[in-house]
Design a protein around this ligand. Structure first.
Ligand code: RB5
Length: 146
């Protein structure tokens, strides 16, 4: 899978860990930044990752900030992108299976590294189920299917 990763300063350490983990598991990783610990603005990186996902240049994206929340709020403003903040593996699996969330958001100040990697693994390993969930996602996107 080709996966874009992005963070602000508050998510940099966890993003690096996730990127290394994904590479070690044979995924292609595109790191859009930040690459520095100096304070920066999370929307800049959320928008880059979400745009890559929306355009199909990457399959999925992972965003990390302090809470994951600002990243998700920003990514969800890019048309066609569904981003979800998770802090447990059940939700990580379900947002892929039922909501077709192709952007996963994590908070470095919320989850420890072990749990964060477990969430990423659960999400990456899970495909969208389609069917009735496809109908619901289409409605979410403003379609009248169903
Ligand atoms: C940065 O201090 C923090 O606000 C940011 O990383 C994120 O948590 C915002 O949603």
């Amino acid at each position: 899978m080709k996966i874009a990763v992005g963070s602000d300063h508050a998510g940099l350490s966890l993003k690096k860990l996730i990127a290394a983990h994904l590479l070690a598991n044979d995924h292609d990783v595109v790191d859009v930044g930040t690459h520095e610990t100096t304070s920066c603005d999370y929307p800049d990186f959320a928008r880059r990752v979400a745009t890559l996902v929306a355009s199909g240049e990457v399959d999925r994206g992972v965003l990390v900030c302090g809470t994951g929340q600002g990243m998700a709020m920003t990514a969800n403003k890019v048309p066609g992108v569904r981003a979800a903040v998770v802090s447990d593996t059940f939700s990580a699996r379900m947002v892929a299976a039922h909501n077709d969330a192709r952007v996963l958001c994590l908070g470095e100040r919320v989850v420890g590294p072990g749990l964060a990697l477990a969430c990423v693994d659960a999400w990456v390993a899970t495909a969208f189920e389609g069917g009735r969930h496809g109908r619901r996602v289409a409605k979410m996107e403003g379609g009248d299917e169903g």
